[in-house]
Design a binder for this molecule. Structure first.
Ligand code: CAO
Length: 262
């Protein structure tokens, strides 16, 4: 049987009929000015600062077949604990294990003191789409957490985030960010780094596509795209490619992650 890859809402076709009420027909809509507030104000500040970072991009695709099957197996056990298990906890844990090998991807550049600060904690941020705008809470100390614990913390952040009541500690202290736009749609993206971090990854939607297996046969494959942006002042393409290869290897062979779980 086909495994559902995205929620019904994410796969629902967008048809004009979905717009319940026709917009009023008028050619005379006056301009409207609205004061900036809340998270939008914060986003202006952060993204303007991000603009001073020389970004470079690196993209790849990941075969999600094994992870899709594994998550399906584990969903029920997680639900027994009242925890919803999506792909995010795996993306986050795989990133943390890969960051252990590439600490510079989890660092900050201090231009004034000409130093690089390697962060001990993997506080992995996730871009979250809420009614009040984009917010980026982070899961603290992912290096110490099981996948179930990450999932539980994500559930909490999502619940509190959707209510608009995240605490300052939830949205500060991030050291690396992932943006799963794939829960909405899309393949590639051009994510913007959250200063003082030095890298961010954007994840597209899992798609069923034809790919060749090792025997040269075309097989039905569940493919996911990742788009990294990194600070080219201290990171180079080769480092990001190696980091991405490692992250990808944990997702393509999720059993290999077991070796590093605490
Ligand atoms: N491909 C396929 N399916 C995906 C998917 C992907 N990339 N990402 C999520 N899904 C699935 C989930 O597994 C879940 O499926 P089930 O219902 O079968 O369990 C379903 O879609 C809904 O997931 P979710 O969105 O509730 O949870 P999540 O942990 O995957 O993602 C969050 C959480 C907060 C990252 C997401 O809700 C969100 O806000 N994404 C948007 C991020 C964004 O706006 N980025 C842009 C920032 S720059 O402007």
């Amino acid at each position: 049987a086909d495994i559902p890859l995205v929620s019904a809402s994410a796969t629902t076709k967008i048809v004009p009929a979905a717009v319940k009420r026709l917009p009023p027909v008028t050619t005379n809509v006056p301009d409207r000015r609205e004061p900036l507030k809340g998270y939008t104000k914060g986003m202006i500040k952060t993204m303007t600062a991000a603009n001073s970072i020389p970004h470079f991009g690196y993209c790849d695709e990941v075969n999600m077949g094994e992870l899709v099957a594994l998550r399906n197996q584990l969903k029920k056990s997680s639900a027994d604990y009242g925890v919803k298990l999506t792909f995010m906890p795996f993306f986050i844990k795989a990133a943390s294990v890969a960051l252990t090998q590439f600490p510079i991807v989890n660092s900050s550049l201090d231009v004034a003191s000409e130093t690089i600060l390697y962060k001990g904690s993997h506080n992995i941020g996730l871009a979250m789409d809420t009614k009040i705008g984009l917010i980026v809470p982070n899961v603290k100390n992912v290096q110490q957490l099981s996948i179930l614990e990450i999932a539980a913390e994500l559930n909490r952040l999502q619940e509190v985030g959707l209510k608009g009541s995240l605490k300052t500690e939830d949205i500060t202290g991030g050291t690396f960010t992932l943006s799963n736009i794939g829960s909405i749609g899309g393949t590639y993206m051009k994510p913007v780094i959250m200063p003082p971090e030095v890298a961010i990854g954007a994840i597209g939607k899992i798609q069923v596509l034809p790919r060749f297996d090792s025997n040269g046969n075309v097989v039905r494959s569940q493919m996911l795209n990742v788009s990294w942006s990194a600070d080219h002042r201290i990171l180079d393409g080769a480092t990001m490619a190696r980091f991405s290869n490692l992250w990808k290897s944990y997702l393509e062979n999720p059993a290999s992650l077991l070796l590093y779980l605490k």
